[in-house]
Design a protein around this ligand. Structure first.
Ligand code: KG4
Ligand code: ZN
Length: 333
């Protein structure tokens, strides 16, 4: 069964065709990074408009390569409402026109599925999603039956990378710049700490880190518009110390969450998993098998949507968009 996947939840317009949930026949991504760079982050309205222009040419190209498809899978949440609607409307319309079924795929579940592609998944498992929009610890009975154990109360991990990069005068998306800077920095130079939430041991808070860094970069009680008082060398130490603080916190809470139930594996998803230091900090500490997305499937893509869509093919009816994730999900495959 060939599944056409469509992903437009944020700033990547992506289309893929995946056969039987694992064989990647087409993987196309039209990135909007250069457009959003000037705003220092994703400008939702602009993202929607670009999805409109880019989506159908990508679908045409995918169909040229694969001819037939049997099913359309589309991201229907969580994400930016306007951006989601572009993909969902296109999928429903194509499904109607081609007389093919359409299934809605949850973007978070799909990020985790990217780490499972081509394997026989082990359950119960912990899902760790660290992206620009989410930081989630998920206890999974299977890919679509799970409970969210922890989330962020303010910024997502990737968002924190992006904001710290802006403070250090690097463009969006900031993660890769911070990673590069950190390689040459002294991670112990600054004692930065992620936030802890009373009575919620698995929740995250990263906005305080951002303020600690603001004061290092602009001076005590400085504001965003003040002059930067540090040089490039200092930026390296700040990047390394920031990474250490954020990763230490995610590793500690993830392991604690995994040890709170008979967890057989940890599956990772989201753009921050591209970071090598992040992967290493888990490998050094974890007694449980770890599964990472293949390098090209950590960031937003439509392969993960088409792949998971194959397993959801029994769903019926028109797909609707849902911008927020719910804390519990129980759908059977
Ligand atoms: O999963 P993703 O493509 O989109 C969302 O669903 O949000 O993740 C994008 C996020 C951005 O915040 C970006 O800065 C971050 O992932 N990211 C990284 C790295 N590469 C991308 N963060 C840290 N280190 C990286 N190498
Ligand atoms: Zn994502």
């Amino acid at each position: 069964m060939k599944v056409l996947g469509i992903e437009t939840s944020c700033d990547e317009t992506a289309v893929a065709v995946v056969e039987n949930g694992k064989a990647i026949l087409v993987n196309l991504i039209a990135s909007q990074i250069d457009i959003h760079k000037q705003y220092g982050g994703v400008f939702p309205e602009v993202a929607s408009r670009h999805h409109v222009n880019r989506l159908l040419p990508l679908v045409e190209k995918a169909i040229e390569i694969t001819n037939e498809i049997d099913l359309i899978a589309v991201t229907n949440g969580p994400g930016l409402m306007g951006a989601l609607l572009m993909g969902v409307t296109a999928a429903n319309t194509l499904g109607f026109g081609w007389d093919k079924p359409v299934v809605g795929v949850n973007h978070i579940e799909a990020h985790i599925y990217a780490a499972m592609i081509g394997t026989t998944p082990l359950f119960p498992a912990l899902g760790v999603v660290v992206s620009g929009g989410h930081t989630l610890l998920i206890k999974m009975q299977n890919i679509t039956s799970y409970e969210i154990l922890g989330t962020t109360v303010d910024d997502a991990a990737g968002e924190a990378f992006d904001k710290v990069a802006t403070l250090l005068e690097y463009p969006y998306p900031g993660g890769p710049h911070i990673e590069k800077l950190a390689i040459e920095g002294d991670e112990k130079k600054y004692h930065l700490r992620s936030g802890q939430i009373k009575r919620h041991p698995f929740h995250f808070s990263f906005s305080g880190l951002k303020t600690q860094i603001l004061y290092l970069v602009k001076g005590m009680n400085g504001t965003k518009n003040d002059l930067t008082i540090i040089d490039k060398e200092e930026k390296k130490h700040i990047a390394a110390s920031f990474q250490r603080a954020i990763f230490k916190d995610i590793v500690k809470k993830s392991l604690k969450a995994a040890l709170s139930f008979p967890c057989r594996a940890i599956y990772f998803g989201g753009g921050v998993t591209q970071n090598k230091a992040f992967r290493q900090s888990f490998t050094h500490h974890c007694p449980i098998p770890l599964f990472w997305p293949p390098q090209n499937l950590g960031l937003d893509n439509a392969v993960m949507i088409a792949g998971l869509g194959y397993h959801l093919r029994a769903q019926k009816g028109e797909v609707q968009a849902f911008p927020r994730i719910s804390t519990k999900a129980h759908r059977s495959l």
